[in-house]
Design a binder for this molecule. Structure first.
Ligand code: GTP
Ligand code: MG
Length: 226
C-alpha cells in the first residue's frame, strides 16, 4: 500500500494564537480586563468569584464565563451575583477560544470591566490554551499540598498570579505557604502569590486591589500585561 502525504499548508497553532491576540486587543480597547482562572477541581474558583462579588458589592462590574464538562451548577451559584454563562465542554478538559467567544455573545456585557473565565478544573490542559486573557490566575488550595508548582510547572510558568486559597484550613493541614512560594518562584521568579480564604474573606481585598490595579495598568498603557 502506498502512502500519500497531503500538505495542509495551514499553521493551525499560529492562527489560534492570532485569534487570541485579536480578541485580547478588542477586549482591551473596550476597557475590559479578561482573567482566565485555572486550578485543579475544587480549589475554590467559583467560591473566589463569589467572595469577589461580595467584596466589590457592585462597585466593579464583572461578568463570568464558567467552564465545566457537565452541569450548570457553577452558573447557578454565581447567577445571583453577576451576569454568567455556563460553558459545557461535553468532556473536553479545557475551554477553547471559540466557545468563550460564543458565550460572550450571549452575556449581558453592558458596562463590564472584568470578564472572568473559570476554566475546567485541572492544572494541565488549560495551561496550554490561550483564551485571549490579559491575566492568567492559577489557584492552589492548601488541601492539595505544597508540592504542586514543581509538578505542574506550565500552569505556574504561564500564569501572572497565584492565589493560595483556603488559608483558614492552615492550622489543620500540612502546607507551607513559604515552601509553595519558593517552589513557584523556582519556576517563575517574582510570580505574585496572594494567600486568601474565599470562605472567611481573608486576603480577598488584596486580591481585588491587585486586579483593579492591573486593569488600571491595562487602560493606561494599552499594552498586554507582562
Ligand atoms: N474551608 C474552605 N473551604 C473552601 C474555601 N473555598 C472554597 N471552599 C470549599 O471548597 C469546595 C470547592 O469549592 P468550589 O468553589 O466549588 O471550587 P471550584 O474550583 O470552583 O471547583 P470546580 O469548578 O469543580 O473545579 C466547596 O465545598 C467550597 O465550599 C475556603 O477558602 N475555605
Ligand atoms: Mg467551580
Amino acid at each position: 500500500m502506498s502512502i500519500e502525504t497531503i500538505p495542509i499548508q495551514k499553521d493551525i497553532q499560529g492562527k489560534r494564537q492570532a485569534d487570541a491576540e485579536l480578541w485580547r486587543r478588542s477586549l482591551m480597547a473596550r476597557g475590559i480586563l479578561c482573567v482566565n482562572i485555572i486550578s485543579s477541581p475544587g480549589a475554590g474558583k467559583t467560591s473566589l468569584l463569589q467572595a469577589m462579588a461580595k467584596h466589590w458589592s457592585g462597585r466593579n462590574r464583572m461578568a463570568v464565563l464558567v467552564g465545566d464538562i457537565a452541569t450548570d451548577r457553577d452558573a447557578q451559584r454565581l447567577a445571583p451575583w453577576m451576569p454568567v454563562k455556563q460553558l459545557t465542554t461535553g468532556g473536553a478538559c479545557h475551554l477553547e477560544l471559540s466557545l468563550v467567544q460564543s458565550g460572550w455573545e450571549q452575556l449581558d456585557s453592558a458596562g463590564v470591566e472584568f470578564l472572568i473565565i473559570e476554566n475546567v478544573g485541572n492544572l494541565i490542559c488549560p495551561a496550554s490554551h490561550d483564551l485571549g486573557e490579559h491575566l492568567r490566575l492559577v489557584v492552589l488550595s492548601v488541601t492539595e499540598g505544597d508540592d504542586k508548582p514543581g509538578k505542574y510547572p506550565k500552569a505556574f510558568r504561564t500564569s501572572h498570579a497565584c492565589v493560595i486559597n483556603k488559608v483558614d484550613l492552615l492550622p489543620y493541614v500540612p502546607f507551607s505557604v513559604s515552601a509553595v512560594t519558593l517552589d513557584a518562584h523556582r519556576i517563575q521568579p517574582g510570580l505574585p502569590v496572594i494567600p486568601v480564604s474565599a470562605l472567611s474573606g481573608e486576603g480577598i481585598s488584596q486580591w481585588c486591589d491587585f486586579l483593579t490595579e492591573k486593569r488600571q495598568q491595562l487602560l493606561l498603557t494599552a499594552e498586554p500585561i507582562e
